[in-house]
Design a binder for this molecule. Structure first.
Ligand SMILES: Nc1nc2c(c(=O)[nH]1)N[C@H]1C(S)=C(S)[C@@H](COP(=O)(O)OP(=O)(O)OC[C@H]3O[C@@H](n4cnc5c(=O)[nH]c(N)nc54)[C@H](O)[C@@H]3O)O[C@H]1N2
Ligand SMILES: Nc1nc2c(c(=O)[nH]1)N[C@H]1C(S)=C(S)[C@@H](COP(=O)(O)OP(=O)(O)OC[C@H]3O[C@@H](n4cnc5c(=O)[nH]c(N)nc54)[C@H](O)[C@@H]3O)O[C@H]1N2
Ligand SMILES: [Mo]
Length: 760
């Protein structure tokens, strides 16, 4: 495989004028008020608001414009001048809107009023907030708490999230699944198993000191573009970057810094990856095993020659368990098996292994390319194995770095949005609020979807998100969703989950984070936690999109007051009037993480919540970090067979999850449509297809169910043989809810077995 690859279809480097043009296009389409440019300047800085897009950390020494293409688009998208008012529904029925694209639904603009579904006219109609709350409260009081789910997508701040979890527990369940169940749950469960921490160990300082980064299945150019800045700086000081990814992602190839006038004018690019290896989908276990083999061999040589050891023997002996068994497995693994399972050559893996061995401080970065597989947790454990061999965890400039998705997805978990009771200090809740918290574990997303499909779940409250569109077995979900007694969606924009209303259904429109949140004690701060476990205050300064909007926190309080019996310790009105009181409660519940919370709220760069594994304290049952011996060489749950492909569901830079900004995937050279399936030339020829031809993907789970997605245009792309790609969320009709990571139940969205059928 050649170094410095370029994707032949791509329009050039990440960042650069392409990103400026792309932001300008969204600005034009959303007709955002020019004042939004002032808003963008406040993004991700103390005294400003924290980006609503991804969870990438915010540095203490910020740039004049501390936002990226992705964050700017998210802010513009929220600041649109379009409004989805009650009048919109005069012209449209809910059923008719089901034929609309995700993009067109959100383009209707910001939701302005609380709405209730009216079955007689098949439309949403305006209601007052009081009517909405009392309507919701009446149904919730009637339902058995076990039948109700409180979902959250990782947008809402820590204060609202804490109260949301409290609402569920006071109501009587721990049914608090979250978007991370489809995302980094593999990290929460998998990393905890091996290093005793559910989150990454790297902090900003490590990024500045590292001399090598290994990327596995994370795409910073599209999904966390501000990451490109420290990557560029790392390259400029001579650090090496090695990437394992089936797709050539432009952000990992080269970058022109839009904040550098010189680079913008000269078009000078920074090459990001020194070596880019197109591992096949699901092939990382074998690829990493190969890297470990190189390390062991180099260590053997060093021992023979009496040189400094390559293994960090002291770390391994003092801090880990399971090494001997693992190293036996490494020694016995054959290169031919490794080549077959990874899709890479021994020579390429040796090259990458050599870079690893020569680097003093290595960071292992990963994303959905590792987590969303049937053996996603094994993928992560393998990466941790590799890092631990040379003591690259809990040391300056080194560590494991999962890159989180939603801006506060990690933080919501920190403050109690968790379905597992063992993750929550229930005794503290009992003491603070004088009630008996429910003791039974609640539902994970997979259980919630199954509960919906089987009819056991009868009510669903969603704090943000678009669950119906984000999960597998979407066709079943559509039917099941609308059979519920109650659906409540706290949302900013219209989406597909609103179009299958339950018997009682409400859309509750909320403020976005960049907007003024005026309560009894004035404009309120909220806070969020980034991927590096730093907590940041955030305050909105823009006028709200509608005078009828409420904050997420106020909406939760409204539902709670209408549903729960009075409790003198539970003072919803006071909390809504002053969010610092909620921060006091968070501090009382989690004193170690949140000491002096209100005082430290606006510390530049955020305040660090700490992470034991970062200090080499291992909160595993063994009190050691654990080497994992793989019992399979890939992360799949199915075997290859003729005509079966591994479908990888992908994101473009022109979407944020189910929010589709537009149809320009400029990094991959796909313009004007998302109805494509990417395949390599050899696969196209072997299947007897032609580029441009329309095909249908049919999932190949052998469970007797037909799941299909048609109308996809065969598009030739530089991919490993057998790996094909098509877009998320459209592909969610193809995945099965039982196809998930074995340990954490994260849906395996990156390895869906499919067949291809030509369409007439
Ligand atoms: N613009 C934009 N930004 C986003 C989002 C968005 O949708 N759009 N979503 C947000 C959210 S919630 C999340 S979780 C993150 C997601 O961000 P990422 O973690 O980057 O997620 P993906 O783009 O789904 O997949 C990452 C990469 O994994 C690669 N990959 C797929 N299968 C494999 C495999 O088997 N092995 C390896 N090594 N690589 C593989 C894909 O080619 C892709 O480049 O981004 C957040 N930021
Ligand atoms: N096939 C496949 N499926 C996947 C994935 C994949 O890679 N492939 N990725 C998975 C991942 S990583 C994730 S995180 C999930 C995402 O699943 P979700 O988090 O459920 O989905 P989003 O698309 O992020 O939610 C978008 C909606 O959130 C609402 N919203 C936006 N901002 C706010 C706000 O500030 N407050 C509130 N209350 N609402 C707001 C808007 O109404 C918008 O329509 O999807 C998962 N599903
Ligand atoms: Mo995510």
């Amino acid at each position: 495989m050649s170094e410095h690859l370029t994707d032949p279809a791509s329009e050039g480097p990440a960042g650069g004028w392409g990103s400026v043009k792309s932001i300008a296009r969204i600005y034009g389409e959303t007709l955002a008020n020019p004042a939004v440019l002032e808003t963008l300047k406040q993004q991700n800085k103390p005294g400003g608001f924290m980006c609503v897009s991804c969870a990438w950390p915010k540095p203490a020494n910020y740039h004049p414009f501390e936002f990226c293409e992705n964050g700017a688009k998210a802010t513009l998208w929220e600041s649109t001048s379009a409004r989805c008012t009650p009048d919109f529904w005069n012209g449209h029925t809910v059923s008719a809107l089901r034929d609309w694209k995700d993009h067109d639904l959100e383009m209707t603009g910001r939701l302005t009023h609380p709405m209730r579904y009216d079955g007689d006219t098949d439309r949403y109609v305006k209601v007052s907030w009081d009517e909405a709350f009392s309507g919701i409260g009446a149904v919730l009081k009637r339902l058995d708490p076990k039948e109700v789910v409180f979902y959250s997508s990782g947008h809402a701040g820590l204060e609202a999230s804490y109260l949301y979890a409290l609402l569920a527990r006071l109501y009587g369940n721990n049914n608090l699944p979250q978007s991370s169940n489809m995302c980094h749950e593999t990290t929460s469960v998998g990393l905890t198993k091996v290093i005793g921490s559910p989150v990454g160990t790297v902090v900003w300082d490590d990024l500045e000191k590292t001399d090598c980064l290994f990327f596995f299945g994370q795409n910073p150019g599209s999904n966390s573009p501000r990451f490109l800045h420290p990557l560029q700086e790392a390259k400029q000081r001579g650090a090496k970057i090695v990437t394992f990814n089936p797709v050539i992602e432009q952000g990992l190839v080269s970058f022109v810094n839009p904040q550098s006038p010189r680079q913008m004018l000269t078009g000078e690019e920074t090459v990001i990856s020194d070596l880019y290896l197109q591992v096949q989908s699901g092939g990382d276990v074998a690829a990493i095993l190969g890297l470990c083999k190189v390390v062991v061999e180099a260590d053997d040589d060093a021992k023979t020659l009496g040189l400094k050891r390559i293994l960090d023997v002291e770390f391994i002996e003092q801090h880990t368990t399971g090494f001997d068994r693992f190293v036996d497995c490494v020694r016995t693994a054959s290169w031919s098996d490794i080549e077959r399972e990874s899709g890479l050559s021994e020579a390429d893996i040796r090259h990458a292994g050599q870079i690893y061995v020569e680097a003093e401080r290595v960071i292992g970065v990963y994303g959905m390319g590792l987590t969303q597989h049937s053996q996603g947790a094994l993928n992560i454990a393998m990466l941790v194995n590799l890092l631990m061999m040379r003591g690259n965890i809990g040391r300056e400039g080194a560590g494991v770095c999962p890159v989180r998705g939603h801006s506060n997805v990690q933080g919501q978990r920190t403050v109690g949005i968790a379905e597992k009771t063992k993750l929550v200090p229930m005794d503290k809740l009992k003491e603070l609020f004088d009630f008996d918290p429910p003791t039974e574990d609640g539902t994970h997303i997979v259980d919630a979807v199954k509960g919906l499909i089987s009819g056991h779940v009868k009510g669903f409250v969603s704090l943000g998100g678009n669950l119906l569109r984000a999960v597998p077995d979407q066709r079943d979900m559509e039917r099941a969703w609308s059979e519920q007694e109650l659906t409540v969606m706290v949302s900013t924009k219209l989406n597909r989950s609103h179009l299958f209303p339950g018997k009682a259904a409400y859309i509750l429109p909320c403020l976005s984070r960049s907007e003024v949140d005026d309560q009894a004690t004035g404009n309120q701060y909220v806070s969020i936690e980034d991927s590096f476990s730093h907590i940041h205050g955030s305050i909105g300064r823009r006028s709200p999109a509608s005078e009828h909007l409420k904050s997420e926190l106020a909406i939760i309080s409204g539902i709670a007051k209408a549903t729960l019996p009075a409790n003198p310790r539970v003072t919803w009105d006071d909390w809504t009037g002053d969010y610092s009181l909620v921060r006091d409660l968070i501090e009382k519940t989690y004193p170690e993480d949140f000491a002096k919370y209100n005082e430290r709220l606006n510390a530049p760069g955020g305040f660090y919540r700490g992470n034991a594994a970062h200090d080499r304290i291992w909160k595993t049952p063994e009190k050691k970090a654990v080497f994992t011996t793989p019992d399979q060489l890939n992360s799949l749950s199915f075997a290859d067979k003729p005509g079966r492909y591994r479908l990888l569901t992908m994101r473009s830079n022109d979407q944020f999850n189910t929010t589709i900004y537009g149809y320009s995937d400029r990094f991959r050279g796909i313009e004007g449509t998302r109805d494509v399936v990417l395949m390599c030339a050899e696969d196209i020829a072997q299947a007897g297809l032609k580029p441009g031809q329309k095909v249908r993907l049919v999932s190949d789970f052998e469970d007797g169910r037909r799941r299909e997605l048609g109308g996809l245009i065969v598009t030739q792309h530089a991919l490993p043989k057998g790996t094909i790609c098509s877009y998320y969320p459209e592909c969610n009709v193809l995945n099965a809810i039982d196809h998930h990571d074995e340990l954490s139940k994260t849906p395996a969205s990156k390895s869906i077995p499919v067949r291809i059928e030509a369409e007439p």
